[in-house]
Structures are given as C-alpha cells and as structure tokens.
Design a protein around this ligand. Sequence first.
Ligand code: HEC
Length: 174
Amino acid sequence: MFDMDCMLRLARRLGTLLLALAFTSAVQAADVPDMAALEKAFSEDIEPILARHCTDCHNADTPEHELDLSTFAAALKGGVSGPAILPGKAAQSMVHKFVQLGADPHMPPEGQLNKQELATLAKWIDSLPASLTPKGGKPITDKDRAHWAFQPIVRPEPPVGADADRRFRVGEAG
Ligand code: HEC
C-alpha cells in the first residue's frame, strides 16, 4: 500500500519528468541548428576532401561559377546555379551529383573521388538539418542576415550624467 508521503514523492517526480519533457520538445520545436557541432563536422570530415579535390578552383579568390567551397558558410551559399548543397538531400545536391563517376559536368574536371570520400560526402549532406535553409529551400542571404533578428545581442550603454533619466520621462523621448 502507498502511504501519503510516498504518493507525494511520486507526484513530485512525475511533475519534474513532465516539465523536462515539455522543455525538451520546446527546444526541438525551435529547431535551431547546432552551428558549433556542424562547423566541427565540416572541418573534421569534409574540409579535407574538398581541399584535396575542389578548393584549387572553388575558393574565396577564384570561385569557379561563384562557388566557394573553402568554408562551411560559403559552401552552403552555393554558386551561380544556386545552392550546391541541399541540407538533408544529398541525391539532389550538385556537390553530390557532379562527383559521381560519369557525371556531366564532372567534378573535379580531372580526377575522381574514391568510394570512401563519396560515401562521407553523401552521408554528411544527408545529415545536415533542413533548418539550415529557410522554407522554400532558398539559402540565407547576406540581406536576410542583416535582419535585426540575426544581430547579436549587445548591451546598450546606459545614459550617464545629471539628466540621465530625463529621456525616460513621458513626452521627453530622445
Ligand atoms: C580544375 C578546376 C575545378 C576543380 C578542381 C573543381 N571544379 Fe567545380 N567547377 C569548375 C568549373 C570551371 C565550373 C563551371 C563550369 C562547369 O560547369 O563545368 C565548376 C562548377 C561547379 C559547380 C556548379 C556551380 C554552379 O553554381 O554553377 C559545382 C557544384 C562544382 N563545380 C563542384 C565541385 C566540387 C564538389 C569539386 C570537388 C570535388 C569541384 N567542383 C572541383 C572547376 C573546378
């Protein structure tokens, strides 16, 4: 038989569990990509492959077809034909399609990625969260990033001086 004390403890524990669950789903609903982890995966697994086969021609200085594959952010941006990497969709991504044996155009123009590299690249693109691009599949542009919601939070300078709080009085704004 349960005594009252035991029941209360159980109820409290259940409450904590529910709270934890609610919190977890709230975080998941926001679906914010973990950029630090994504950057790490890029530099550890993908950058070496791109450096070996691609960045001679696709770098910040000489981006063939405006495609720079030297950084994660640049690679996501894509080139003249649009995004070359579609997060979560390797099969539809140019970076994946063009490196396949017999592809046209074929990348790199001379040479061929080995099976291991092809598999790593495909797995990586498939692992990218779709939330990396806004709805509609358009990449986030510099203009989008200028939106206030993308700006870092800065601590406003508090006013100093004798009439520091004047501006906060109704009717005396500014
Ligand atoms: C020797 C230079 C060279 C190398 C190395 C190279 N590319 Fe390219 N890439 C080009 C040229 C030139 C074009 C544009 C003309 C064309 O489509 O053939 C291009 C175009 C592309 C495009 C289309 C971009 C767009 O928006 O139109 C993609 C995607 C691409 N390359 C991916 C890669 C990948 C991935 C690698 C490495 C596996 C790679 N390239 C290696 C020269 C290169």
